[in-house]
Design a protein around this ligand. Sequence first.
Ligand code: COA
Length: 184
Amino acid sequence: MRKLLTARLVLIPWQQRFAENLIQMSSDERVMRFVGSGLWSRDYAFQRHELALRQWEQRGFGMRAITERDDGAFLGLVSLGDDEASGLEAPVLEIGWWVEPHAWGRGIATEAAAAVRDEAFKRTGASSLTACFHRDNVQSKRIMAKLGMSFAGEVTDRYGKPAHMYALRRAKWMVATNANSSRP
Ligand SMILES: CC(C)(COP(=O)(O)OP(=O)(O)OC[C@H]1O[C@@H](n2cnc3c(N)ncnc32)[C@H](O)[C@@H]1OP(=O)(O)O)[C@@H](O)C(=O)NCCC(=O)NCCS
């Protein structure tokens, strides 16, 4: 299945070999601070790993491992899933990101998410892309701004916690993409 290449990263459709990475990240308090579920047990993380594998088979898109282009090191994940609760015109996809704490502050999440945003519009036919984050998650808010997303309302996340939803419609993405590609 399709890998995505960026300047520094290879984004790999989720594979069996990433199970331990998901188990480890989801039990790290620094990573899970703003994730509505709180820390994941080993069993629950493994269920989510299996779900990620199934989603690729069934939908042809989903969670990707973020790996370093130079040495293949695992740096985190970027997810892409159906969002049926946004109230926006379907089909809507939701994007999310986790980066290993040792790699924070290098623009990794932004670089990975921008590639997945472009793929969501080019290949999956999404009409809008959404992201849901705790309002104090300032890093994610900044990433959403850099992706061209705008505040779209207060919502309840999949874990029943209050969150802010951001969205980017296809038409706005196309205008920005055309402007960038026609720049000298
Ligand atoms: C959120 C997260 C993915 C960011 O990863 P990252 O690779 O460090 O992000 P980036 O470097 O691409 O971008 C972060 C931006 O936030 C900014 N930022 C960092 N700390 C900030 C702060 N305290 N206030 C305001 N902005 C801040 C950075 O300067 C950067 O913006 P810039 O490029 O304009 O300078 C990472 O912190 C993480 O994994 N957190 C835990 C998981 C999580 O909360 N995921 C989202 C919810 S599911």
